[in-house]
Design a protein around this ligand. Structure first.
Ligand SMILES: Nc1ncnc2c1ncn2[C@@H]1O[C@H](COP(=O)(O)OP(=O)(O)OP(=O)(O)O)[C@@H](O)[C@H]1O
Ligand SMILES: [Mg+2]
Length: 266
């Protein structure tokens, strides 16, 4: 196995670190000793063929799945026994592999729901409902509008998701994930269902919202997006990390080439 180490990032504090993650379903091993080192200020790509375990790994990080073995920590905080809501309260947000905006809310209102979990931390507060009171609602509207603006889709604020093209809906999902100022943003196939122009706009938008305190992790089959966006890439195959390093190093790795050529490049 060729592991190419990424250049050490300047910021190691606050990293999301997984070590020795094993996950199995009914005796079938889905993740086999996965180690991750995800640092603030870096965009990390997670790639691999269908069924490699990418979404399962996200589910372990966010607490939807419980690994059979291994440890996950965000900075000094061990996450292993924390519920998904607690992890969200610590600033971990994700998008899902399929579109997940509510069709009954406007785009702006959808983004406002992103403030529910991530704006507060601590037990109990993570379960508080939407902000109440006029001042709080106005503040939420202002912040949601700013998030839409940052992603370049403020003009669609008052429209409902079904009226919007897939690219705008996807950016809306990302605005909802970002509005609470997360520490960790996990994106599962953000370019799925988007055309080439929408994918290019998405890539630029993700670069634009990146900042030194944010850990961004992107699962994606679109290699142009991955190569343009990511600072480091992990390659999973059959639940194992087969390579990690810079986009250039990973692209040139013989094991990665073999897996992708063998599996059919997507
Ligand atoms: N809840 C579950 N129960 C049983 N098996 C599961 C479960 N979740 C995932 N798996 C299995 O784990 C393996 C990895 O699936 P996963 O969805 O993590 O792959 P992936 O890399 O995200 O694939 P894709 O690129 O197709 O999204 C698959 O064999 C899948 O069937
Ligand atoms: Mg998946």
């Amino acid at each position: 196995m060729a592991i190419i180490h990424a250049e050490a990032a300047p910021e190691t504090r606050g990293a999301l670190v997984a070590s020795g993650i094993n996950l199995s379903f009914g005796g079938i091993d889905v993740l086999k000793g996965v180690d991750l080192d995800l640092r603030p200020g870096l965009v990390t790509g997670l790639i691999g063929p269908n069924g490699a375990g990418k979404t399962s790994l996200f589910n372990c990080l966010t607490g939807l799945y419980h690994p059979n073995r291994g440890r996950i920590a965000l900075g000094d905080t061990a996450l292993d026994v924390l519920s998904p809501a607690r992890r969200a309260g610590l600033g971990m947000v994700r998008s899902f592999q399929h579109m997940a905006l509510s069709p009954d809310l406007t785009l702006l209102e959808n983004v406002m729901t992103g403030l529910t979990l991530s704006r507060r931390s601590g037990w109990g507060s993570a379960f508080l409902p939407m902000p109440r009171g006029r001042a709080e609602t106005q503040d939420a509207r202002r912040r949601a509008m700013a998030a839409l603006d940052e992603l370049g889709i403020a003009g669609a604020a008052d429209l409902a998701p079904p009226e919007l093209p897939p690219g705008t809906q996807r950016l809306g999902e990302i605005a909802r994930a970002l509005v609470g100022g997360p520490k960790v943003l996990l994106l599962d196939e953000p370019a799925a269902g988007l055309n080439a122009v929408e994918t290019r706009d998405l890539t630029r938008a993700l670069r634009r919202v990146m900042h030194p305190a944010l850990i961004m992790v992107v699962v994606e089959h679109d290699m142009d997006l991955i190569m343009q966006l990511c600072d480091q890439i992990y390659v999973l195959n059959f639940g194992k990390v087969i390579a990690c390093g810079s986009p250039e190093a990973v692209q040139a790795d013989p094991e990665v080439l073999r897996v992708y050529l063998g599996a059919g490049d997507e």
